[in-house]
Design a protein around this ligand. Structure first.
Ligand code: ATP
Ligand code: MG
Length: 363
């Protein structure tokens, strides 16, 4: 079998710094007899500076051809005056749209050594490992009609439309069931079928995909408001949560705070299956380019390193290696290694970005 191929797009700000640590991890896997074919390209401000566009057609074509894309972050204050369509963020939006990445995955995993960083009590989050699958390309953020119009009473009316089709629901449901098979084999689908037509369809179609294609996976349904409550009351009851764009936006941000720092959170955006049966995929940390700390060696590389772990598991069929990498992160944290963003009030001397990468490779 050919080596797994990865396109790395470091981007802007702390992106290149954290990506340098990912390269160390990839090189280590190479020394263990698991080489990758790695290409590197430009996106965001870095691409704008070089080519006058935040994403070139050539880079996009390479993104479409590889097994997975790993992205750092885009953006920075120096691009604030750039035309909207040429801003760094436009490059990220374009690559997501062109790759048709309709499922956004955000794991919330509690590392024991950081359990006190959570917004919740240690007893509630210790051992937490859940995955939220959010529909990303449809729903109320995109539905028509939309707009702000004069109403009949001399005021105005603001309109958005929640709209989902059978296909849109089924494909994101499949992503969630596939995920569940590689994890705890349970999916909880969240909507508001009690008050929304799209919620009724959502529930029926997720159930249909389950009954016809994934009967081996345990499926439950929950109203999203109850889901929000359960997520902070007893988050460990969940394995995979699948939900629409709007509810997923809210629930995944809430779930992020179950585990602490932005510097720890990976994500994936998945599309339709490719010829090899695995989905098109772009992996990236949840955090942005953090211009306030860029170039200072302060950034925490763990979110991006855990994004690589997700790529290993979901794009490369290297689940064992993914687990090893996650264990190394766990180990380093247990040993007390901390970048500045993970320092508690007790203080101490933080590790640099590079020293954290070295510690993870050593572990
Ligand atoms: P964007 O619009 O790109 O999401 P943002 O300003 O909303 O950018 P971030 O760039 O993620 O968000 O930064 C938010 C804060 O978190 C900043 O103070 C930044 O320094 C900090 N931060 C973000 N990522 C990291 C990291 N990997 N390590 C340490 N601190 C980080
Ligand atoms: Mg942000």
């Amino acid at each position: 079998m050919a080596n797994p191929s990865l396109l790395i797009l470091p981007g802007d700000g702390i992106g290149p710094e954290v990506m340098a640590e990912v390269r160390k991890v990839i090189d280590w896997f190479g020394t263990q007899g698991r080489p990758f074919t790695v290409e590197e390209g430009l996106i965001g401000g870095a691409s704008y500076d070089a080519f006058g566009t935040p994403l070139s057609d050539e880079t996009l074509a390479r993104a479409q051809a590889v097994d997975a894309v790993l992205l750092g972050a885009v953006g920075g204050p120096q691009y604030a005056g750039v035309d909207y369509a040429l801003r760094p963020e436009a490059g990220l939006l374009r690559i997501r749209k062109e790759m048709d990445l309709f499922a956004n995955l955000r794991p919330a995993q509690c590392f024991e050594a950081l359990a006190d960083f959570s917004s919740l009590k240690r007893e509630v989050v210790s051992g937490l490992d859940i995955m939220i699958v959010r529909e990303l390309t449809s729903g109320i953020y995109f539905g028509e009609p939309r707009g702000i119009h004069p109403d009949n009473a001399g005021g105005r009316v603001g309109i958005n439309t929640q709209r989902y089709t059978t296909d849109e629901i089924r494909r994101v449901a499949r992503s969630a069931f596939e995920m569940a098979r590689r994890r705890g084999n349970r999916v909880c689908s969240m909507e508001k079928a009690n008050v929304m037509e799209s919620g009724i369809l959502w529930r029926e179609e997720v159930q249909w995909v389950h009954d016809n294609e994934y009967p081996d996976v345990e499926l439950s349904h929950m109203y999203a408001d109850n889901g929000a409550m359960q997520l902070v009351r007893n988050p460990r009851q969940f394995d995979v949560i699948v939900t629409d764009n709007l509810f997923g936006d809210l629930l995944s941000d809430a779930a992020a705070m179950l585990t602490g720092s932005l510097g720890m959170l990976p994500s994936a955006s998945l599309g339709a299956p490719m010829a090899n049966g695995r989905p098109k995929a772009l992996y990236e940390p949840v955090h942005g380019s953090a211009p306030d700390i860029a170039g200072q060696g302060k950034a925490n590389p763990i979110a991006t390193i855990l994004s690589l772990a997700m790529a290993l598991r979901y794009s490369f069929d290297m689940g064992e290696e993914a687990t090893r990498l996650e264990r190394a992160v766990e180990q380093v944290l247990a040993d007390g290694h901390r970048t500045a963003d993970l320092m508690g009030p007790e203080g101490g001397t933080p590790l640099s970005t590079s020293a954290m990468g070295d510690a993870i490779v050593a572990a």
